[in-house]
Design a binder for this molecule. Sequence first.
Ligand SMILES: [Zn+2]
Length: 482
Amino acid sequence: MRSTDTETDTDSMPFPPTSRSTPTGVASPTRRLATSCILSGLLLGLLPAATGAQQSSAAPPGPESPRPHVLLLTVDTLRADHLSIYGSKQPRTPHIDALARRGLLFEDALTTIGKTGPAFASAFSSLHPPTHGARRNGVPVRDDVPLLAEILAQNGYRTAAFISNWTLRDHLSGLARGFDVWDEDFSKRRYGVGPSERRADSVIAATVKWTKKAAASPGPLLIWAHFSEPHTPYDEHDGFRFRVEPGERRTPQVAKRLRYASEVAYTDAKIGELLRRLESHIDLDRTLILFFADHGESIGEHDYWGHGRNVHWPNLDIPLAIVGPGVPQQRRSTMPASIIDVLPTVLGALRIPAPEAIEGLDLLQHWQTPDDARQRFAVADRSTALFEKAKEEYADPLQIAMQTRSVKTIFDFDMRQTRYYDLRRDPLELESDINPPLELKPPLRRRLANWYRGLPKHDADEGPLSEEDRKQLESLGYTGGR
Ligand SMILES: [Zn+2]
């Protein structure tokens, strides 16, 4: 029997056996499987069970206490299931695990779109891409949309961002608004061919240098440090090399997956280094830290390598952890979370009113009362403004999706087809069913269509792309209409 999107008893449902793992053994097959392992006690020792005794939470800031620093730690293109705290066997990610263990981890978090600029625009505006206007990389967020850094700056924060992905450059993303310092120095390039990705060492050095100086004066800081190592092209790092599983052949695809795992493990070590160095300048126990990714990465699933061109789980599932004053410690939540929850969660923790038009939730208010039927939405849009005809001929996105804990509904605009996935029976989204029971199909299709039709849609103007922008976006794989 198929599940419905209104059922609530998700945790009692068995998940498919773990034998459906990816052939490399690099990571557990899905974040959802990892979750089931955790819930069934197979990963005991990583964290207390979600039903265990409440751990003490760090004291929330009182009405008179100074506002805490805010640290946004983000990793580009990081699949949740490649973190050991989400069940990965290889790579191990001890630093991210240790950070998440200090706070509240969301087991089921989704992005709104598998593209860097648009996804961060969702995090910092709490709006979906059709509404905030940054539908593609290279299209900046609308300039009348309030952004997190802007709101914090208005509330006494000194703000700085250290970005590492070319698509986040201000003239392409519009996300520098509200930051006193917007460091988009791409002179330390990872690859000789182009500076599209900035090295982690460069991000760390700049972040620590600014923080050291800023922390010498009183007042709260907003620091955003962004790492891009897991973004294609994948590199293999010394000290973080992984071998094929016994009996497994090292095919080009397996080797590619191992290189992605190496990037993730290396980034984890760099996050550990950044936190160690920041500790010398700010009290991290009194800092509100959000760790998340902008989107995931398809490493061969659904015959696709990359991100952004479909709305399946490898693209959408992201890690999300919150740590800091007033945040529960050593807890996991099954609350269906979205990247659009970042802005209201930060503002809620700081007791700053959120803009009226937001679409997300304050997760610190909702984490204990999971709404398993919460509908989260996502889009996959044409690649970039590089595709000259995108705007005129392809006003619609490629796909749109609506997801609860149990059911995913996808509408593909090119194929004019609605597909349904029973996530409890088919967490890998392999067996689409275009003919679910009649009682299920019309409401889901209607809700998804109503969401998309009802969205206030605003196309932001595409900024002029220089030849250098075109080259760098192309080197990151953002070309073509599909
Ligand atoms: Zn990205």
